[in-house]
Design a protein around this ligand. Structure first.
Ligand code: FAD
Length: 429
């Protein structure tokens, strides 16, 4: 009997831990990917991330052909797909890599039970993080909620085992023979809307200058690897080794794992504020203002540039993500969940844990967030981080003409209003 290797957010054949284990299990290995309709039903037919995944699956499908193997790609609810595949292939086990999102954790528990029902093994492995969320805890065994002490332990946990590479690509002769055809995208109800992403590791020059340049949105000073990391086109272990000498960059990889740890231990953050008293805030939630923020026509050039970059490219620079998120929650007093949902629709690198963490950080409601009385001043942020207006000019070419919209709200007024609203909500708690 073969074993199944279930690909999810680890779409690569190299240094893939779970795949490595499957290939070394003594069984032949059938690769499986499921377009999970519980997720895809929420997305528009031409969602660019579906095409991005599809193109990658095509690459993998071609790459295993020399081994007379193929990818089995299914469309449906995972439990139903697995029942069908179990009946047909009678596998000995399902191998996969762990995913720490609440939906994924629940889904995987369900599939593990189903495997049990069929007397099929279910094996999962740590792959998308360097350090398992469970491996960095406070002395009392509880999870951290503050980044700095957590990150110290996270760095200290780096050892040869955690950074070792799993050469799954050297064992592909263990793939099961077969020639499944990839289903066509439109047969699954999707439209092709391709999107290219960065998958090359950053050059040493970028890493060297990262600390100085990463905050300037007009400068190509960051790695742009977020989408490749999100879908596992690249291995986090290889990236961390590649960047081992560059602390500031590694620190950003730490933030990625910190938020995964937070969502794993505090799944309530998916729909609620990490700090419950922040759910007392009386958001204004003005729909017209929200629409203007989404379109990038608030009259604040740095905010509008960010939103237009997002709408047109599916990416936004981190500094500007912070500015636009702060503007929505503080200047416009619109619920961070609205902004989070909009980013989730648009970002190619959309990742629940980081997006939620970023939004709650900006709103002040998250663990280790900016204190609520810190309200970003868009003008000062521009002076500091886009002093020559290069980023603004690129995305908002009309910003210094009469055609540019008037500011949606006065900064000083909005700041006072935010402080008062937050203060009274937090007093109630
Ligand atoms: P680099 O600066 O090159 O960083 C390298 C990698 O480190 C990134 O690819 C990413 O995986 C990780 N990283 C960097 N900064 C952060 C951070 N603050 N938090 C978590 N991980 C980080 N990142 C996402 O991957 N998906 C999201 O949906 C997402 N939503 C965000 C929403 C808001 C409101 C904010 C403030 C930040 C969000 N981020 C998100 C984090 C960050 O903005 C992006 O990871 C980063 O801009 C991606 O560009 P890069 O790959 O060039 O980053």
């Amino acid at each position: 009997a073969p074993v199944l290797f279930w690909l999810r957010r680890d779409l690569r054949l190299t240094d893939n831990r779970g795949l490595f284990e499957a290939l070394n299990s003594g069984h032949k290995v059938q690769l499986l990917f499921i377009f999970d309709t519980d997720i895809t039903d929420e997305l528009p037919a031409d969602d660019h991330r579906i095409s991005l995944i599809y193109d990658q699956l095509k690459l993998l499908h071609e790459a295993v052909k020399p081994y007379n193997s193929s990818l089995l790609v299914k469309y449906g609810r995972p439990a139903e797909v697995f029942r069908e595949v179990f009946e047909r292939l009678k596998p000995a086990a399902v191998y996969t890599n762990e995913d720490y999102e609440p939906y994924a954790v629940e889904r995987d528990e369900h599939i593990a039970q189903l495997c049990d029902e069929y007397s099929i093994g279910f094996e999962k492995f740590k792959d998308q993080v360097i350090v398992h969320p469970r491996d960095v805890l406070k002395k009392d065994g509880k999870p951290y909620t503050v980044f700095t002490p957590w990150s110290k332990k996270w760095f200290a946990a780096f050892d040869a085992e955690r950074l070792s590479i799993y050469h799954s690509e050297q064992h592909l002769q263990q793939l099961a023979p077969g020639n499944y055809e990839l289903p066509k995208l439109d047969a699954m109800g999707f439209q092709y809307n391709p999107r290219e992403i960065q998958t090359e590791f950053p050059a040493s020059g970028l890493l060297k200058n990262y600390d100085d340049q990463r905050n300037f949105p007009a400068v190509p000073g960051t790695s742009r690897l977020s989408a490749a990391l999100r879908f596992g086109f690249i291995s986090i272990r290889k990236l961390a080794k590649h960047a081992a000498a560059y602390g500031t960059f590694l620190n950003e990889l730490a933030w990625r794992e910190f938020y995964m740890m937070i969502i794993y231990y505090f799944p309530h953050v998916v729909s609620k504020s990490f700090k419950p008293q922040y759910d007392n805030i009386r958001w204004r939630n003005n729909e017209d203002e929200f629409a203007r923020w989404c379109q990038g026509s608030t009259g604040y050039p740095i905010v509008d540039a960010g939103m237009r970059e997002l709408n047109q490219s599916g990416y936004m620079h981190n500094r500007v993500r912070m500015i636009t998120a702060s503007f929505l929650t503080k200047h416009l007093l619109i619920d961070w969940r609205w902004g989070e949902a909009y980013f989730a629709q648009k970002l190619t690198d959309y990742e629940l844990a980081s997006n939620n963490g970023g939004w709650q950080w900006a709103a002040g409601s998250g663990c280790d967030a900016a204190p609520y009385f810190r309200v970003f001043n868009p003008e000062l942020q521009t002076k500091k981080f886009d002093p020559r207006f290069s980023y603004i000019k690129k995305w908002v070419p009309e910003y210094d003409t009469f055609n540019y919209v008037k500011p949606i709200v006065d900064h000083k007024f909005a700041r006072e209003r935010a402080l008062n609203t937050y203060k009274s909500a937090l007093k109630k708690a």
